[in-house]
Design a protein around this ligand. Structure first.
Ligand code: CA
Length: 233
C-alpha cells in the first residue's frame, strides 16, 4: 500500500466517544476515516462513496445496523465489520446472514480491532491476487489492462486513469460487443441502483475518451444513440 492510497474506513457508530476514539486510533495507524452517527446517513455514505471497510454498530438511531447491512449488500460488496455490545449468538448469526464479514464485541481493545482489519485486508489482497492470476490481462484492439496491478496500456504506453475511469473501461472491455445502457453502467461501475443522474456516465465516458483515444481517430468506445455505450470488435 502506497502512502497516496490510504485505506478508507467508514465508522457508523452513535456513541460519539467511541466513534471519536476509534477514528483517532485508525488515523494514527494511517487509515483515512469518516464518522457518522445514525444508520440512515451511514447507509447513504456507504452507497455514495467507495470505502475499503465499514465499521458498523448494530444499535443505531434512524435505521439499525442489520438493516443498513442488508441494504448495502445487493449493491456493494464493501467489507463490513459489525461492532456491537450484544454478544448473543443470534446477533452474530443475523449479522453474518446479512452479509457482514466479521464481528467484534464491545468493549474491545483497539489492538483487537486493528488486528481484525489487518486480517481482513490480507484476506482481500489474497483473493484479489488469485482472481488476477486467473485472468491476468484483458485486451481490446491495442488497449490492454493488467488486472493484477491495474495497469492500462495503449500499445506500450501506460495510460493513467482514476479508479472510476479504470472500472468503467474494464467493465466495457470485459463485455465487448455488449451495448451497455447508462443505467447498467451506473449499477455495475458506480454501484448505484437509482436516484442518480445518468449523465454522470456521459461525463466519465468523455473523461475516458480524452485519455485513451488518439486524436483524429474513431473513439474506442462507440455511442449507441438513445441506448448507451459499447466497445465493438
Ligand atoms: Ca449504538
Amino acid at each position: 500500500m502506497t502512502e497516496k492510497d490510504k485505506q478508507r474506513v467508514l465508522i457508523i457508530e452513535d456513541e460519539t466517544n467511541l466513534a471519536g476514539f476509534v477514528e483517532l486510533e485508525l488515523q494514527h495507524e494511517g487509515y483515512e476515516t469518516a464518522v457518522c452517527h445514525d444508520g440512515r446517513t451511514g447507509l447513504e455514505m456507504a452507497l455514495e462513496e467507495d470505502w475499503d471497510v465499514i465499521l458498523l454498530d448494530l444499535m443505531l438511531p434512524e435505521l439499525n445496523g442489520l438493516e443498513v447491512c442488508r441494504r448495502i449488500r445487493p449493491v456493494k460488496d464493501t467489507p463490513i465489520i459489525i461492532m456491537t455490545a450484544r454478544d448473543s449468538v443470534m446477533d452474530r448469526v443475523s449479522g453474518l446472514d446479512q452479509g457482514a464479514d466479521d464481528y467484534i464485541v464491545k468493549p474491545f481493545a483497539i489492538e483487537e480491532l486493528l488486528a481484525r482489519l489487518r486480517a481482513l485486508f490480507r484476506r482481500i489482497d489474497h483473493e484479489e491476487e488469485q482472481r488476477a492470476q486467473q485472468q491476468p490481462t484483458v485486451n481490446y484492439r491495442d488497449l490492454s489492462i493488467e488486472k493484477a496491478n491495474r495497469i492500462v496500456k495503449r500499445g506500450e504506453e501506460v495510460i493513467d486513469l482514476t479508479k472510476r475511469e479504470y472500472e468503467l473501461l474494464l467493465f466495457l472491455m470485459e463485455n465487448v460487443n455488449m451495448v451497455m445502457s447508462r443505467d447498467v453502467l451506473l449499477e455495475k461501475v458506480w454501484g448505484y441502483t437509482s436516484e442518480v443522474e445518468t449523465n454522470v456516465v456521459d461525463v466519465y465516458i468523455r473523461y475516458l475518451r480524452n485519455k485513451i483515444d488518439l486524436p483524429n481517430q474513431d473513439s474506442y468506445i462507440q455511442t449507441v444513440r438513445g441506448t448507451g455505450y459499447v466497445m465493438r470488435t
